[in-house]
Design a protein around this ligand. Structure first.
Ligand code: HEC
Length: 138
């Protein structure tokens, strides 16, 4: 009986503290996003997570912003996820995830980002044009 109670608590502990992706072989991009990225980028990816405040120098990217996201290649997005904002001369507040997430998980996040913006790479756009088409762009 004692053993069963212990096991019960242990399983509960695991289900609370392990990110959902460990449960299955194919990582679930949305679950990973909600677990690791939501606090800054927001549940729906609009850059409005609880850590995103108006006084931040650079706000977390709005991942639903197709105009911006289609100006980035998959390789560029992947690099920022893996090595952090600094690696691409972006805000140091965007952390590097390469030591935390597996390659498969990073790929799953990339696929999910493309779902969020419902876009793919469509050629680089100048910052000037981005400011016009996407007023929130800094
Ligand atoms: C502590 C806050 C924080 C967390 C957590 C965070 N980000 Fe970010 N992220 C940022 C900020 C701030 C920027 C904006 C960087 C800039 O434009 O200079 C950013 C930008 C990005 C970009 C845009 C790169 C570009 O080209 O502009 C991607 C992609 C991204 N984050 C993915 C993720 C993913 C995926 C996760 C979760 C695994 C995540 N971020 C978690 C703060 C965060």
């Amino acid at each position: 009986m004692k053993y069963a109670v212990f096991l019960g608590f242990f399983l509960l502990y695991l289900s609370i503290f392990l990110p959902p992706s460990y449960a299955s072989e194919i990582p679930d991009g949305r679950a990973l996003y909600i677990y690791w990225c939501r606090q800054c980028h927001g549940v729906e990816g609009r850059g409005d997570g609880v850590n995103s405040t108006p006084d931040m120098l650079v706000n977390p990217r709005d991942h639903t912003d197709a105009a911006f996201m289609s100006s980035r290649t998959d390789a560029q997005l992947e690099e920022v996820i893996r090595y952090g904002g600094i690696s691409a001369s972006k805000s140091a507040i965007m952390p590097p995830w390469g030591a935390t997430l597996t390659d498969k998980e990073i790929k799953a996040l990339l696929v999910y980002l493309r779902k969020l913006c419902n876009c793919k790479f469509e050629g680089a756009v100048s910052d000037e044009k981005l400011k016009r088409i996407s007023p929130g762009f800094k």
